[in-house]
Every structure is written in C-alpha cells, then in structure tokens.
Design a protein around this ligand. Structure first.
Ligand SMILES: NC(=O)c1ccc[n+]([C@@H]2O[C@H](COP(=O)([O-])OP(=O)(O)OC[C@H]3O[C@@H](n4cnc5c(N)ncnc54)[C@H](OP(=O)(O)O)[C@@H]3O)[C@@H](O)[C@H]2O)c1
Length: 237
C-alpha cells in the first residue's frame, strides 16, 4: 500500500487519480483549494483532504505541519489552470502571472517542501501532469499563449526537478494525459477521464530512474517537446 499525494484532487484528473488509487487500497492525501466543497474527495476511503493553494507560498509552507513526517511514495503535481480568455499576444499579464504561479512555480515549491517525505519512501516517484500545450514541437499558431508558455515552463521545471532528485534516486517525470473531458478541456475533448487516468496510472507503475526527466505520453512512449527532436548538448554552451 502506497501513500499518494495529489494536488488539485477535488475535480478533473486529480479527483479521478484519487478515486482509482483509493479503490486500489492506497492511502491518498488529496489537496483542494476549498476543503468544504471537496465533497466527493472527502467521501473516498483512505483519503485525507488538505487545503492547498499552490499559488500561495504561505499555503505551501503549511504542508510541513499538515503532512508531518509521513513517507510519500508518489507525488502527483496535478493542479493547473487554463483560462478561456487566453488568446494570443493580447494576453492579460495578471492572468499570465497567476498561471505561471500555479502551473510552474507551484510544482517546484510543492516538490521542494515534500522532498523529506519522498526521501522517506523506499521507492518514491514524482510526476507533473504536463500537456502537449507545453511542447514547442506541436505549435502551429499563436493561440493559448498563457497556457502554452506556462505549461512549457512546467516542462522545463520538471526536467530541472528530475536533475535535483536524481542523486536521491527519485525519478521525476512529466506525463501527457491527452485531451480529456474535464472542466479545463471541456466536454468535447477526445478522452474520458477514467480512461486517461487508468492509462497514466499504468505508465506511473513502470517508471524507474531510466525514465527520469522524460515527457511521457499516456501510452508510455516519449513525447517530443522541442522544435528539433534532439540537440547535441555537447555543442550547446
Ligand atoms: N484535461 C486535459 O485535457 C488536460 C490535458 C493536458 C494536461 N492537463 C493538465 O492536467 C492537470 C489537471 O487538469 P484538469 O483537466 O483535471 O483540470 P480541471 O478539471 O480544471 O482541474 C484543475 C484542478 O487544479 C486545481 N487548481 C487550480 N488552481 C489551483 C491553485 N491555485 N491551487 C491549487 N489547486 C489549483 C483546481 O482546483 P479548484 O477546483 O479549486 O479550481 C482543480 O482541482 C492540469 O495541470 C492540466 O494542465 C489536462
């Protein structure tokens, strides 16, 4: 039985991760910005709900006391925002900054504060729920500037987290759910939430240090996220 920490677990993909892992008998620590309204999450077996706003340093700081010295076997940095008003270059700077706090800074700060708990696990794994919106390889227009730039930053931050956690033998990966029917992607998205999450759980099951730093598709294969598939890093200084 694992202890699994999931941010943004009150709805969407986060709630489905909590449901499926709880049904498998694992212990869940699920976060919600509003504990009161997280009724489905609260009703799940083996589940503790913690109030967390990942855009707030004060809120993240409280995790130390709330989580205590428990071992965390799996961290899923899932919380994220996309704004329907997000167009192109006329993006609202305030919305942009907030999205950057949630989609990028939040994942780093949550990983940082939970590091002692991950280290306590004998086989910890950590992951960001990334997006193809953060992959420069798929851009064909200038739309969704806020979401795309902040998810690209999330990809970069996740690679840096993988280097941070490498000496601790903790793999850190980014996962691509694919367009999935949640509030964020809308009802016309390609995949159902239960299908997406069961596929991502299967991918996570097989993550080892060999995968650390990779951006893994829902099918488990590496998804290309740079304009050129691979640069020779030896020549880039
Ligand atoms: N659905 C897709 O097609 C898709 C595809 C690729 C990647 N993703 C990624 O998957 C993750 C989950 O998305 P989703 O589709 O499940 O979206 P969703 O249904 O809109 O859920 C987003 C979750 O993030 C939480 N959240 C937002 N701002 C937060 C903050 N400041 N602090 C803490 N939690 C916050 C929300 O909490 P509240 O209820 O309090 O707002 C909610 O629990 C995101 O990172 C998203 O970028 C989704």
């Amino acid at each position: 039985m694992k202890t699994i920490f999931i941010t943004g677990a009150n709805r969407g993909l986060g709630l489905e991760f909590a449901k499926q892992y709880s049904a498998q008998g694992h212990n869940i620590i699920g976060t919600a910005r509003s504990e009161e309204t997280a009724t489905t999450l609260k009703s799940l077996p083996n589940t503790q709900v913690i109030q967390l706003d990942v855009s707030s340093a004060e809120s993240i700081a409280k995790l130390t006391e709330q989580v205590g010295d428990r071992a965390i076997d799996l961290l899923i940095n899932n919380a994220g925002v996309a704004d329907s008003s997000d167009a192109g270059l006329n993006a609202d700077p305030e919305l942009w900054v907030n999205a950057f706090k949630v989609n990028c800074i939040g994942i780093v700060k949550v990983a940082e504060i939970l590091e002692p708990n991950l280290v306590k696990s004998s086989k910890a794994v950590a992951a960001t729920i990334g997006s193809q919106a953060g992959c420069l390889s798929v851009y064909r227009d200038d739309s969704k500037l806020i979401y795309r730039t902040t998810k690209a930053a999330a990809n970069a931050a996740s690679v840096l987290l993988s280097w941070h956690f490498k000496p601790l033998n903790i793999p850190y990966v980014t996962l691509r759910p694919g367009p999935t029917k949640t509030d964020l992607a809308g009802p016309n998205a390609q995949f159902d939430v239960d299908d997406t999450v069961s596929k991502l759980i299967a991918v996570l099951e097989n993550v080892t240090m060999e995968h650390t730093g990779l951006f893994l598709d829902r099918t488990g294969v590496v998804f290309p996220w740079l304009p050129e598939e691979r640069w020779n890093v030896e020549t880039v200084r």
